[in-house]
Design a protein. Structure first.
Length: 254
């Protein structure tokens, strides 16, 4: 890696440095549902929430090897391929007796290689629409239906700046950009529909460029990103309802 890139990455890391905050401790004894939790940001969030004495229902798609390594009685693991919406319906039986407090819609797909104009894999596109967007709507319905105690307080959607129409100066990547824009649209809509009736806060976060399976060239460390996300969740869910923010809680344009 060249010197210029190293300096750029250093500055980027500093920008989103972990906030030294005691807010983390506020999230305790909660039931948290995290999707796509066998790797990257989802796995880091799962571990951190468990460390803070919460219970986690962690869903995964293909493999659960990393989740199986976690030895903690407060962790439940559930297989759910979100490209098929009916699979999310089946989750009902599994969560029926667990009052979920927080949903983190983290599962996401880049959507395959072919995403430029005139070269789009439409089958992949359909799956990505379900994984990145429609499933967050269905999951909200399913959890609310099972939540007899009005336990659900927050729905956090892990989005990306790629979703932003205003920030788009690069073109291409129709699948990832389009499906994450749809996710943001659902996030905003849910923040209106669920706030009055159920007092649920719904918002989107862009985690920045994070080194994961989805983004091997990412800059930030998933464990540090998880701490920042939990800090944000524990300090200000209510004020963030309906918003799209970065790891510093700075509002981003849709
Ligand atoms: N890394 C970044 O720089 C970055 C930036 C902005 C936003 N994000 C967002 O952050 C979230 C987490 O991604 P990550 O970076 O941590 O990458 P990751 O490690 O690849 O995590 C994505 C997770 O989503 C799961 N997933 C994929 N297809 C699925 C399906 N059909 N059903 C259920 N789960 C499925 C994956 O499971 P399998 O591997 O088993 O398929 C994986 O565990 C994503 O929503 C992503 O868009 C990431």
């Amino acid at each position: 890696m060249g010197l210029r890139r190293l300096i750029k990455n250093y500055i980027y890391r500093k920008k989103f440095d972990v906030h030294k905050s005691i807010e983390l401790k506020k999230i305790k004894n909660k039931n948290i549902l995290i999707t796509g939790a066998n790797s990257g940001i989802g796995l880091a969030l799962t571990k951190k929430f468990l460390d803070l004495d919460n219970s986690v229902i962690a869903t995964y798609n293909e493999t659960n090897d990393n989740l199986l390594k976690i030895k903690n009685d407060n962790l439940k693991i559930y297989q759910c391929d979100q490209s098929i919406i009916e699979n999310i319906n089946k989750l009902k039986e599994y969560i029926l007796n667990t009052p979920i407090n927080i949903i983190i819609n983290n599962a996401g797909t880049w959507g395959g290689k072919n995403q430029s104009f005139n070269n789009i894999d439409y089958e992949n596109f359909s799956k990505a629409i379900n994984i990145n967007a429609v499933s967050i709507l269905k999951l909200s319905e399913v959890v609310l239906e099972c939540s007899k105690t009005n336990s659900l307080n927050t729905i956090l959607n892990i989005s990306t700046l790629y979703s932003s129409t205003e920030h788009n100066s690069t073109g291409k990547n129709y699948v990832y950009k389009g499906t994450k824009s749809l996710m943001n649209s659902f996030s905003k809509n849910l923040s209106i529909d669920l706030k009055d009736e159920y007092k649920i806060n719904v918002f989107s976060i862009c985690p920045g460029s994070v080194k994961t399976k989805l983004n091997p060239n990412g800059i930030l460390d998933p464990d540090k990103v998880a701490i920042n996300i939990i800090n944000i969740l524990s300090s200000s869910s209510e004020e963030l309802n309906g918003k799209f923010v970065d790891l510093n809680k700075k509002e981003l344009t849709w």
